[in-house]
Design a protein around this ligand. Structure first.
Ligand SMILES: Cc1ncc(COP(=O)(O)O)c(C=O)c1O
Length: 402
């Protein structure tokens, strides 16, 4: 049970390229988007060459093939995450669209209804809720940067209608106790939504065990292409939801003198021609994830994260934010004097792709008392040697700015 990172990374063609300074690419921006392995790229290539047609509306063989790509992906996701039925999987363009879709179902909330979020939410899990009339209550983090369960317990009440929480913070890598959150949410009869944008790439997901009502993610965060994602939702809840976008593919009957009638779930929420090419890539990404030995990967990922924390903690002037929380390989840091963008630019000169800024989490930045951070976010294809390159890169930062 040994994870051979060097042969694993051979499957990702982009990792063998150079950046625009002709330095070997060291890709540490995986929380933003992950890279694609050869089988996923090839699956999209094969789809375009051999199976490209529209779904739903064709009776000919090619359309049936495209339809099979589409529906088999739904079945494979449902099986992988332990949904009860494939119709509990709805395709969309990604987590952002999924959260907007969910919020659009709650336009009847009044100011006495409450929506609970965590201080670490990405803007995608804040802004759709701010459009509603409900009152938003925010759970704080504890000293370590973890979800404060006591604060949550105090904020939960009979007024709570929705709890929408990230599974893993895109800034600190904090892993939230989602099962406990779902159980506490249900104890007051509210709906529990888990933003899983960062968790698909970290190992198997089990929505049955998690006990959540909705789970959302984006393919591009877990070896898949951009522009495609999906949400899981309990069928009993989805059945009462209205269509979000309306158009072709979702109706039973359209007349000018009668309101339209809509198809059952999941078709009711998938208006228009879907991103079938993206779905072909997503299906292969799910197969790729399923083929991974996650126990071995997790040992490797843990070692990488510890090495990263050690290097950053020993670097002068650097403060790792919440270094002791319960986290994955997403680490943010700030420098005493040097702006995050300056650090990221110097990293770029060394071939290192890291991200600087507020990472679409301004309320968290305010809580941490920083304007922005440098974020290093790891994937299983990263190596200890790559992480070691941060030492000379940080020395270079010091030389330039001292
Ligand atoms: C926690 C979290 N939620 C939501 C999103 C939005 O994902 P997307 O841009 O794929 O819709 C991201 C993206 O970084 C994220 O990290």
């Amino acid at each position: 049970m040994n994870f051979d990172v060097h042969s694993f990374r051979q499957q990702f063609p982009i990792l063998n390229t150079e950046n625009h300074f002709h330095k070997p690419l060291i890709y540490f921006d995986n929380a933003s988007t992950s890279q694609l392995p050869e089988p996923v790229i090839e699956a999209m290539n094969i789809h375009l060459r051999h199976h490209n047609a529209n779904v739903h509306r064709g009776v000919y063989g090619l359309s049936a093939q495209a339809e099979e790509v589409y529906e088999s992906t739904r079945r494979e996701i449902a099986q992988w995450i332990h949904a009860r039925e494939p119709r509990e999987i709805i395709f969309n363009s990604g987590t952002t669209e999924g959260l907007n879709f969910l919020a659009s179902q709650f336009t009847n909330l009044t100011p006495t209804d409450e929506i609970i979020l965590f201080i670490q939410e990405h803007h995608a899990n804040i802004l759709p809720w701010q459009r509603l009339n409900g009152t938003i209550r925010v759970v704080s983090m504890d000293e370590k940067g973890d979800f404060d369960e006591n604060d949550f317990a105090e904020k939960l009440s009979k007024h709570t209608k929705i709890v929408s929480v990230t599974h893993i913070s895109n800034v600190l890598g904090t892993i939230n106790p989602v099962k406990k959150i779902a159980q506490m949410t249900h104890s007051v009869g509210a709906i529990c939504i888990i933003d899983g944008a960062q968790s698909m790439g970290c190992g198997p997901i089990d929505v049955e065990d998690m006990e959540c009502d909705f789970f959302l993610t984006s393919a591009h965060k877990a070896f898949g292409p951009t522009g495609i994602g999906w949400l899981y939702g309990r069928a009993s809840l989805l059945e009462n939801f209205k269509p979000y976008h309306v158009g072709g593919g979702i109706i039973e009957r359209v007349r000018f003198d009668h309101p339209a009638t809509f198809r059952e779930i999941p078709a009711r929420f998938e208006a228009g021609t879907p991103n079938i090419l993206g779905i072909a890539g997503l299906r292969e990404a799910i197969r790729f994830l399923r083929s991974m030995d996650w126990e071995a990967v997790q040992i490797h990922s843990e070692k990488l994260k510890n090495l990263l924390l050690e290097i950053l903690s020993n670097s002068p002037g650097i403060k790792v934010l919440k270094p002791h929380n319960h986290r994955t390989g997403i680490v943010s840091f700030a420098h005493k004097h040097i702006h995050p963008h300056d650090i990221a630019s110097i990293f770029d000169g060394e071939g290192i792709a890291g991200r600087a800024g507020h990472h679409c989490a301004q309320p968290l930045m305010a809580a941490l008392n920083v304007h922005g951070t440098v974020r290093i976010s790891l994937a299983p294809y990263n190596t200890p040697e790559e992480i070691q390159t941060l030492i000379p890169a940080l020395e270079q930062v010091d030389r330039i700015f001292s």
